[in-house]
Structure formats: structure tokens, C-alpha cells
Ligand binder design. Structure first.
Ligand SMILES: C[S@@+](CC[C@H](N)C(=O)[O-])C[C@H]1O[C@@H](n2cnc3c(N)ncnc32)[C@H](O)[C@@H]1O
Length: 198
């Protein structure tokens, strides 16, 4: 099938972007065996606070938006954090380039975009395929932590976790770290769930 010139250029740009990200990640995380992973980290409030309190944990945050990632990186520089890394990356692309040997001790999603319209639900980060991939990278006992102000999206996350054979919701599990994110500050109420890899 022939592809248009514009589409071909877009594919080239995507390949170059992924190659650059892959090289950066490979060099930063060369000897890393496991990480705490935050998808959609925004300005990095939570991750920098967690990383400061847990200096022996390698923390990785990704977000689509460059200036939010720059804010996270600035926080790391100001506080001299060497165990926290931020990347401007799309979730699927990041998981493609992250070495398959790197495990997730914990995965954290804080106030991810709820995509309320049914026709947009496929854009939500929580999908069976995403939970499959996180499960593949998580040893038994590791956790998946989700927090949202949007009740329908929270219920969607709970349903997907309950339907997944490798995740079990643990109502007793403590929340890994309390630090208000930018979006949490804007919300009156929110819901949290922690699931364990089984
Ligand atoms: C509502 S904000 C929440 C940010 C932060 N977690 C907080 O609580 O302040 C959702 C974030 O997810 C990012 N995001 C959405 N889809 C993404 C994707 N597919 N890959 C990476 N980041 C994504 C957005 O750019 C945005 O910064």
C-alpha cells in the first residue's frame, strides 16, 4: 500500500523521536533493575517528593508535555536528586523503548485524563493491554496505584483490575506517598485504589 509523503515524513519523525528517547533511557538507566514508574507525571510534584523521601529508589516519570517535564527536571536540579528521571514521552512509545529487563516495583497514575465520552474511552491510559504490560514488568507483590477525581474513570480502573488475572485489589495496602499533585490541589474529592501483582 502506498503511503502519502506527509505520512511518510510523520513516520520518519516518529522513528527519530523513538531512537533519541531509547538512547537517552539506555544511558540513564544502564544498570537499573527496577524502578517506580509514574505515567502522566505532569509537573513532577509527586515524583520529586517521593524520590527525595526514598533516595534508594530509582524513579521514572513520563509525560507528553515538554514544559511539564522541564518543571520536573528543574525540581530535580534544585534539590540535587540523582535518583529521579523525567522523560517527555507518550506512554506506548516509552514502554516500547524501555529495556524489557527493567522491572516496575510500583506503577503510579495520578489524576490521569478521564476522557469522559464513550467514543474516547480507548484513549484512557488504563486498558487491559497496559495492565498486561505492567504485570509483565512487575514481580509478585509489586503494586499498581491509581488515583482520580473522576468517579466513572475510577470505576473503570477498578473493573479492569478486577477482571485481570494478574492484579488483585488490596484494600489494606497503604498509599505509597502523600503529596498533593497540581491536579489534586484543584479537586474537592478523589478516589484511590492499590492493586497487587499476584
Ligand atoms: C490531568 S494531568 C495529571 C498530571 C499529574 N499526574 C497531576 O496529578 O498533577 C494528566 C497528565 O497526563 C499526561 N498524559 C496524557 N496522556 C498521556 C500519554 N499517553 N503518555 C504520557 N503522558 C500522558 C498529560 O500530558 C497530563 O500532564
Amino acid at each position: 500500500m502506498e503511503i502519502s509523503e506527509a505520512h511518510a515524513r510523520e513516520l520518519e519523525k516518529q522513528a527519530a523521536r523513538k531512537a533519541e528517547l531509547q538512547a537517552l533511557v539506555a544511558s540513564d538507566l544502564a544498570d537499573t533493575k527496577s524502578i517506580l514508574f509514574e505515567a502522566g507525571c505532569g509537573h513532577g510534584h509527586w515524583l520529586t517528593s517521593y524520590g527525595e523521601a526514598n533516595p534508594n529508589t530509582k524513579c521514572v516519570g513520563i509525560d507528553l508535555i515538554s514544559w511539564r517535564i522541564r518543571k520536573g527536571l528543574d525540581k530535580c536540579t534544585k534539590r540535587g536528586l540523582r535518583n529521579v528521571h523525567f522523560y517527555k514521552a507518550e506512554l506506548g512509545e516509552f514502554l516500547e523503548v524501555l529495556p524489557s529487563t527493567i522491572k516496575f516495583e510500583q506503577t503510579v497514575l495520578l489524576f490521569p485524563d478521564p476522557w469522559p465520552k464513550a467514543k474516547h474511552h480507548r484513549r484512557r491510559m488504563v486498558q487491559t493491554e497496559f495492565l498486561d504490560e505492567v504485570a509483565r514488568r512487575t514481580d509478585v507483590g509489586g503494586t499498581f496505584c491509581f488515583r482520580s477525581d473522576d468517579r466513572p474513570y475510577f470505576d473503570w480502573a477498578v473493573e479492569h483490575l478486577n477482571a485481570h488475572s494478574e492484579w488483585e485489589i488490596d484494600p489494606q495496602a497503604p498509599w505509597p506517598h502523600e503529596m498533593e499533585t497540581y491536579f489534586q490541589k484543584l479537586m474537592d474529592a478523589y478516589y484511590s485504589v492499590v492493586a497487587r501483582r499476584v
